[in-house]
Design a protein around this ligand. Sequence first.
Ligand code: SAM
Length: 349
Amino acid sequence: MDSSSPSPSSAPSGSRAASNATQRWSILRRALLARSSSARALGGISSDHQIKDGTNNISRKASRGFNLIECHSLPISQLLKSLGNSLNENDFECQKDVYVCYKLPCRGSSKLDLVCRKEDSLELNDIEASNKYNIDTTGLVCCWPSEEVLAYYCINHSDVFRSKKVLELGSGYGLAGLVIAASTNADEVVISDGNPQVAEYIQKNISINAETFGETKVKSLILHWDKEQASEMLNTFDIIVASDCTFFKQFHKGLARTVKSLLKHSATSQAIFLSPKRGDSLDKFLGIIKENGLSCELIENYDPTVWNLHKKLVAGEDRTWPNYDKEHCYPLLVESNVICCRFLRLRIC
Ligand SMILES: C[S@@+](CC[C@H](N)C(=O)[O-])C[C@H]1O[C@@H](n2cnc3c(N)ncnc32)[C@H](O)[C@@H]1O
């Protein structure tokens, strides 16, 4: 794993740090309370909870989301059995983790395995780590519905990624990055997150799927949006993707700057975000990316299958996602490019 681990010194000082820490403790408290109540609920499946007390409306996902990619969960012991001696058992936490087996809706490498935490397995040391590195714990909670939509979108637009250098930001467990690596003939895929604990999972997930990537080079990276990025990465990525990364407004500037500095300055390079509106946070983020010299186009209906599912959920015709709420659950697509006078001139010619 490339490890440019954010140092504790990157934590903000004074009252902002204190309020971030308070938010994280509040999230943990909710997670622990939910753990005891969801243990009583059938199979741990309860409705999505909006955490409203100053924690920026973070959904704690408990439904399966849009169900676009067939998958089933198995105990880690099954994964160890299927991979034989190629893995070190000590790298996996059988009590805490689960292994999810995806069947990708595409030709070629159609299987992908993901190791993630079991639902509601957030612990005290997760919060301690998030305070230390000034990062939230949402990447450990689950693979969020927008990530599955992003993965599905990338499968259906695989031509866009062919021979390209791709970066996923705030990837959580990295489903979309792994799908791009397994199914699009990208040249290189870097899957990143600012939380070092999450990045460990990304690396495990890259290792267990290594055989599905063909010629595509795949790397994990600890990349925090509030830090200076390594000079060798500047303006090198053809495509940057991210899902559900716009909810914490204090990171908007860092995220926009990161995209601007890492995206190649070329007419064909682009960033693809998928994010629910979540109050005014997506709109605020769009304002900030424009201020940073990036164009953006917001697209509501970008895929007929996802759109039909969304419509049925809103109408109550599909009841598989209790408390489905458009604002917090339906991801909108944002396509963004670096605005550059040279390209404008080229287009005019
Ligand atoms: C809601 S989660 C989304 C994870 C994944 N994309 C998904 O949809 O399942 C937000 C992710 O962004 C990461 N993140 C939050 N703030 C960040 C920052 N300042 N720098 C880098 N990553 C950050 C978190 O660690 C987390 O994995």
